[in-house]
Design a protein around this ligand. Structure first.
Ligand code: EPU
Length: 417
């Protein structure tokens, strides 16, 4: 298993290009199942989750060809299998995104239940309940969800809780249903909007994406198109913290500052200097950082996917900050590793109370999930001596070439095979 060795050094300085959004690319790839036409997707991040989705789609009979420069051509001329098997779903929960499109296109889907993971129980009951409202018959047996439908029919769906991939699954299923579907309490994430734009280019009739009410007028069939994936806001946010924590200066290009408003506001409150313009963000760390509380919320609130990185930053801020995790019930696994590096953090249910500024020192630490890995890298950038991070396969799932990107702006980082 690969490890990363990071030795703290000088403030980061330079320019970083932000990759396409993993969480936009995954549903976009799954959308290929909805049509026999060809999808050309551009700005895909070449990360392991995207390769896992490629493997899954190929097993279902979709041809997926990756091209140079982050593009891929996908074509589901015919569907050969209806099953997302356990070994793929357990490596990537987002495999569940094939449920809606498979069911809509072929009337049948069998998807392994994902089970819990390092950040919480993460059930898919809301996806299932909503598909049942469209007329699907859903059985759960032998660890699999098996859905069938003679033809989906539009309906009104009120999500009990906001769910990102649930909203995406339902938009895809409803796009080919008969009649009108209205999703209430829908997720408003930029990735949901990006998927709606792609589906509309394919011929779907979706209105309201980006608001809590999305209306979908079903169509008989969808066709091929080309689409450029939006920039990854979490990767960008991670680099904002990297500049802030090292007291460096970075320019992030190919990014969308509008998708990062909540993060930018928090960092500014904490004393970080940030200038945002079209597609570009300049961030400058300051010697003194101030402790500022944060509560994770659904978009446009502060993203749970930035909570771990923000916690690392707060270990270097003066004062006490309270970080409240509202989306997942168990997303503080990084806290104990940060404490092993010298951070002062007290956990109290869904709250982490961080007192800073503490001197961090390099140690051997273990990454428990994707964003936890990022938070440990950030800590290592300022910890005295060297840090070795184990289980970096989590990181490889979602950050494209993070070592190369960090090294190019001055970090001392190497991969131990
Ligand atoms: N939930 C349910 N039932 C459901 C669905 C969700 O109870 O049927 C609960 C979840 O357990 C959680 C909350 O609702 O407590 C929100 O979960 P959501 O469904 O929105 O999460 P997701 O769609 O599984 C996506 C991202 C995650 C990100 C969350 C929240 C993708 C592929 N994944 O997950 O990204 O944290 O939204 O914004 O889009 C990551 O990239 O590191 C990552 C974990």
């Amino acid at each position: 298993m690969d490890k990363l060795k990071i030795t703290a050094g000088r403030p980061l300085a330079g320019t970083v290009r932000i990759s396409g959004a993993k969480n936009s690319a995954l549903p976009a790839m799954a959308a290929a199942l909805l049509t026999s036409g060809e999808l050309l997707l551009e700005n895909l991040p070449f990360v392991n989750d995207i390769f896992t989705m490629r493997r899954l789609l190929r097993e279902l009979g979709v041809s997926v060809e990756f091209e140079a420069d982050h593009a891929a051509r996908l074509c589901a001329a015919t569907i050969q299998s209806h099953e997302a098997p356990y070994d793929l779903v357990k490596t990537m929960r987002a495999s569940v995104l094939v449920l809606g499109p498979l069911l809509a296109r072929t009337g049948r889907a069998r998807v392994s239940l994902p089970g819990g993971c390092a950040i919480g129980a993460r059930p898919i009951n809301l996806h299932i309940k909503a598909l049942e409202k469209l007329g699907a018959e859903v059985r759960t047996e032998h660890g699999y969800v098996e859905a069938t439908a003679a033809g989906l029919v539009g309906s009104e769906i009120l999500f009990d809780k906001i769910t990102v991939t649930g909203t995406e699954n339902l938009m895809m299923a409803a796009a080919l249903a008969q009649g009108r579907t209205v999703l209430e309490n829908a997720a408003r994430e930029p990735e949901v909007v990006d998927l709606a734009e792609l589906l509309n280019k394919m011929g779907a009739k979706i209105e309201g994406a980006g608001t809590q009410t999305i209306a979908i007028e079903g169509v008989r069939q969808l066709g091929g198109t080309s689409h450029r994936i939006i920039p990854d806001r979490i990767e960008a946010g991670t680099f904002l913290v990297a500049a802030a924590i090292t007291g460096g200066e970075l320019v992030l290009v190919d990014t969308n500052p509008g998708h990062l408003s909540a993060v930018i506001d928090k960092l500014r409150e904490a004393g970080v200097s940030i200038e945002a313009s079209n597609g570009k963000i300049r961030v400058r760390g300051q010697a003194e950082l101030k402790a500022v509380d944060v509560i994770t919320k659904e978009y446009p609130g502060f993203a749970t996917d930035m909570q771990a990185q923000y916690m690392t930053l707060m270990t270097q801020a003066t004062g006490t900050s309270v970080i409240t995790e509202n989306i997942f019930e168990n997303r503080f696994m990084h806290a104990s590793e940060l404490m092993r590096m010298g951070a002062s953090i007290r956990l109290d249910g869904s709250r982490a109370i961080v007192t800073g500024k503490t001197r961090l020192s390099g140690a051997n630490v273990i990454a428990s999930d994707l964003r936890a890995s990022a938070s440990l890298i950030l800590a290592a950038l300022v910890a005295e001596g060297s840090t070795v991070i184990d289980r970096v396969y989590h990181l490889d799932r979602g950050y494209e070439k993070i070592e190369d990107k960090l090294r190019s702006v001055g970090a001392e980082i190497e991969r131990l095979k």
